[in-house]
Design a protein around this ligand. Structure first.
Ligand code: FMN
Length: 437
């Protein structure tokens, strides 16, 4: 698929993404070709549902409890309407924004999404290539399926960030942060809403946690500190008593764990290390005891800007900046953590007011289109993180699918900007919206 945006010409890309994307699609249509994946989020998800197995689909689509937060995230967008203005010469538009010293093609990043190997063999690597080609920052997940160094290696100078889960091992946290710096990450995103996994009925009913099968733990198995912890654990492990008869699922799980551990599969199948890696991960991946007082420790260990993800209260946002943080991401984790949470977009205005331009406020949860990006930016988000839609694009068409989702969202954002009478992102404010419910 020929998407004409490459990192090198991202400024040109910024200056007319919508028209160019439409041209490409309609010209190809003359020859009977259709877009590789659906261009609207709802159809994209429906197609991905058909393509994926039930466990993989449920893992990505699912949320906490009754999934009221997911519905609230979407309903919050529906309560705002854009009020277009006319006769304002919008022939030339610039969708670019600056974030931490980088000019980006639009107010868009790819958020951290873990365990992508569930939906596509190339997982994060395909996403990294697509993000780099578009110049859109990719936030490497702490639960990625591909080590950050391998993703960075295919991205050239393109922007990337790292998302951290605060492990119970400070040494591991330091190691991950050091690796993120070495891999050229521009910022750290510390996710605070997942100190424990939320109550997720779809996964519970499938008895399915990807990490327990060795999926989504590549940042760990590639980490020298983590590997030392695994080796210690394997040595210390008690000889095991009689085991239950292995089921097919258990054998498949063991093979999955063996694949996740570096080295030849045949050796790993005989080694206690892959299994010890999963056990070690489950024991240390997050620390529910973290408090504000831990932030100074992290601040003193990195020169990178730090953003806190999962902030939904104005007081927390204010406190984050007082503690030396460089930004916040207003997020409900896509409704995967707390059911009946306030929607991210509903929380945004208070957080923006509290931050009062001292630092960038980003938003995710429920962003499905360029019009959604427009709405969030008008309400004060400096940029938004795309989540599930790019995972669906990946599921359906790998790197090209992600590339198309990025091009479609940025394309629609560009057209919405122009069609509402604007030529630059900094012209947006709550004045361009009306609350309709
Ligand atoms: C399958 C899946 C895996 C995710 N993994 C992570 C993760 O590893 N780290 C993280 O901070 N957020 C993770 N998130 C949350 C996203 O970063 C983001 O907050 C969320 O997807 C936004 O909601 P939306 O996709 O409905 O727009 C994940 C989300 C999904 C759907």
């Amino acid at each position: 698929m020929a998407i004409t945006c490459h990192y090198g010409d991202r400024v040109e890309f910024a200056a007319g993404a919508g028209r160019r994307r439409q041209d490409e699609v309609y010209r190809a249509g003359v020859y009977g070709r259709r877009p590789l994946v659906p261009t609207a989020a709802r159809a994209l998800q429906a197609r991905a549902k058909q393509a994926l197995n039930a466990r993989a689909y449920s893992y990505v689509a699912g949320g906490a409890g009754d999934e009221a937060t997911q519905r609230a995230n979407r309903a919050a967008f529906d309560r705002w309407a854009v009020v277009p203005r006319v006769l304002r010469d919008v022939s030339s538009r610039d969708t670019s924004v600056e974030l931490f010293g980088r000019r980006l093609p639009g107010p868009l990043l790819l958020g951290p999404v873990g365990a992508l190997e569930l939906v596509h063999r190339e997982a994060d690597l395909a996403v990294a290539r697509a993000a780099a080609a578009a110049g859109v920052p990719m936030v490497f997940s702490n639960q990625a399926s591909v080590a950050m160094e391998d993703c960075a290696a295919v991205m050239g100078e393109a922007p990337r960030w790292f998302q951290l889960y605060w492990s119970t091992s400070d040494e591991l946290v330091e190691s991950l942060v050091g690796r993120a710096e070495a891999a050229g990450c521009d910022a750290l995103v510390v996710t605070l809403d997942t100190t424990m996994l939320g109550w997720r009925p779809r996964d519970l009913d499938e008895g399915h946690l990807p990490f327990a099968l060795g999926k989504g733990i590549a940042q760990y198995t590639s980490d020298p500190v983590f590997r030392q912890l695994v080796e210690k654990r394997a040595v210390a492990a008690e000889p095991r008593g009689p085991q239950p008869r292995p089921t097919l699922a258990a054998v498949q799980a063991l093979v999955g764990m063996a694949r996740a551990w570096p080295g030849p599969l045949v050796e790993n199948l005989r080694s206690p290390l892959p299994r010890a890696a999963v056990e070690t991960f489950l024991g240390i991946y997050s620390r529910p005891s973290i408090t504000w007082s831990d932030l100074a420790w992290l601040r003193s260990r990195t020169r990178l800007p730090i953003l806190l993800k999962g902030v939904l209260h104005a007081d927390d946002a204010r406190r984050a900046l007082d503690e030396g943080m460089d930004g916040v991401v207003v997020s409900t984790h896509g409704g995967r953590q707390v059911d009946r949470s306030i929607a991210a977009l509903d929380a945004l205005p208070d957080v923006v007011a509290a931050v009062d331009d001292r630092a960038p406020v980003l938003l995710d949860s429920g962003v499905r289109s360029g019009a959604d990006v427009f709405t969030a930016v008008a309400l004060g988000a400096r940029a938004v993180l795309l989540g599930r839609p790019f995972a669906w694009g990946l599921a359906l068409a790998g790197e090209d699918g992600v590339a198309q989702v990025i091009a479609d969202v940025l394309g629609e954002f560009d057209l919405t900007l122009g069609l509402t009478g604007h030529t630059a992102v900094d012209q947006l404010s709550p004045d361009v919206l009306r609350r309709v419910a």
